[in-house]
Design a protein around this ligand. Structure first.
Ligand SMILES: Cc1cc2nc3c(=O)[nH]c(=O)nc-3n(C[C@H](O)[C@H](O)[C@H](O)COP(=O)(O)OP(=O)(O)OC[C@H]3O[C@@H](n4cnc5c(N)ncnc54)[C@H](O)[C@@H]3O)c2cc1C
Length: 436
């Protein structure tokens, strides 16, 4: 059995956990990443839509996502190691934000992009039609469900156009990105234990001392990082810090439909990522000329908070129809296949849909949680922020009194880690949805 003494233990080998492991290892720590699943990325990351976009409601949210995108364009260099499974590909197809003409999230994003010099184009409905003829430019919202008496009404006007951000895109194999990070971390000296379920967070002398696993093994480490995704609150309860945090996390069930692209249209080559708040959906191309369709959490869609170890993992007819039929308004030739295909997984949602990247009241115990369905894209930058935070705090810095400000590796932007504090007030600027 491997030596059970490490400088740091990371709980969770999803995309964020693997990035934290890589970053801490590259800073010279002997790191063990433990995951109860049989492989990296087998938790909620495996079913992520893995869309990379910068359309957040806050300045730090946008800056971090824009910095985070560079990790994907520089992936081989960042991973810095061979992977026998190959490296992921970042499909930089661009993102459309459909404009309803209301002063909504989309217009706020455009204002913030302008302020921050994030490049984007504004397309008229005619330009949208010329570039993507399969898209309809009708105005249908606000979003409803098929059982609403007005659901089948014709468009009541035309959308105001769309904003287009060319550097956005997606990763089609999110689990492979975790394996890539694992290989990068291992090349730097990290270890991974799979099938290793944490059942206790051990403490001694008022600080964290390590972990104990379900099979009885224990590991000693002065630093433990909770990156357990939708199970994050359970790990916080084990550590006794759940009640000490102002912002809490819980698991939200989410369905994503997989629908074949309209016949005759190569959606892989010519499709884009799109956020369509008029219809309460987002979509993107998927391998095999498919379209992934998710809900952007409009008010009409019920929010299903669940026990992460006991929830319905099957697509439901009602939600499938709601998402696919709403997507059909924007892509009228999409159709509604007889067979339901898609995935069901969990978001680890914080009270304001902004993640918590922070220390806790238990010295040595850190959290990278509450990723709220929107932090896949930020794995690299989140790993960097967590490693900068941990390095500073372990060197004696009082992060609660004077939050650590890191520097973006690629864009040089200031990354104010205090923005992600466990003790913040609920951020009123947040969209309170997957938009972040
Ligand atoms: C359906 C869906 C669509 C999404 N779409 C997007 C998107 O388009 N763009 C975007 O940026 N983000 C998206 N997200 C969010 C993004 O995927 C997540 O924020 C990200 O994958 C979280 O990674 P993680 O490493 O924190 O968690 P996870 O991948 O969930 O990893 C947590 C790991 O912890 C392990 N674990 C839990 N409990 C224990 C324990 N007791 N002991 C040991 N191990 C434990 C689990 O096995 C798991 O592997 C989406 C999420 C979902 C579910």
């Amino acid at each position: 059995m491997a030596d059970s003494r490490y400088d740091a233990v990371v709980i969770g080998a999803g995309v964020i956990g693997c990035a934290v492991t890589l970053e801490l290892t590259r800073r010279g720590l002997r790191v063990l990443d433990v995951d109860k699943a049989p492989a990296a990325g087998a938790g909620s990351t495996i079913n992520s839509c893995a869309i990379v976009r910068f359309s957040y409601s806050t300045i730090p949210g946008i800056q971090i996502a824009y910095e985070g995108m560079r990790y994907w364009t520089d992936w081989a260099n960042y991973v810095g190691a061979d992977d026998e499974l190959g490296l992921i590909e970042y499909h930089q197809v661009g993102q459309l934000l459909i404009r309803t003409g209301e002063q909504d999230h989309t217009e706020r994003v455009a204002e913030l992009w302008t302020e921050l010099d994030i490049p984007f184009e504004s397309w008229t409905p005619e330009e949208l039609k010329a570039r993507l003829p399969i898209l309809d430019s009708g105005l249908y919202g606000p979003p409803t469900r098929p059982d609403d008496e007005h659901f089948w009404d014709d468009a009541h006007g035309q959308i105001a156009g769309a904003y287009y951000s060319a550097e956005a895109g997606y990763v089609s194999d999110p689990q492979l990105s975790c394996h890539n990070l694992q290989r990068g971390a291992e090349a730097a000296g990290a270890e991974f234990w799979f099938g290793a379920e944490v059942t206790s967070i051990d403490q001694a002398d008022g600080r964290v001392a390590g972990i104990t696993l379900a099979d009885g093994r224990s590991v000693t480490a002065p630093i433990v990082v909770n990156v357990a995704g939708p199970h994050s609150y359970l790990i916080n309860q084990m550590a006794g810090v759940y009640d000490t945090m102002n912002i809490k996390t819980k698991a939200l069930r989410h369905e994503v439909a997989h629908v074949p692209a309209p016949p005759g249209f190569d959606f892989m080559a010519n499709g884009v990522v799109a956020a369509d708040d008029d219809n309460g959906v987002y979509f993107r191309p998927e391998v095999g000329n498919n379209v992934l369709v998710g809900s952007s959490d409009p008010e009409c869609d019920p929010r299903e908070w669940v026990d992460p170890d006991d929830y319905n993992t099957n697509l439901t007819q009602a939600q499938w129809e709601a998402q696919v039929l709403r997507a059909n308004r924007r892509i009228p030739e999409l159709g509604v296949p007889h067979d339901r295909k898609g995935v069901v997984d969990l978001y680890d949602v914080s009270d304001d849909w902004i993640p918590i990247y922070d220390r806790t009241d238990l010295d040595g115990f850190y959290v990278a949680i509450g990723t709220s369905g929107n932090q896949y894209k930020n794995a690299g930058v989140a790993g960097h922020m967590m490693a900068e935070l941990i390095t500073a705090v372990e060197a004696g810095h009082d992060h609660d009194a004077e939050p650590v400000v890191a520097t973006g590796v690629y864009t040089g932007c200031e990354l104010d880690i205090g923005f992600f504090s466990r003790n913040r007030q609920i951020n009123p600027d947040s969209s309170m949805s997957v938009h972040g």
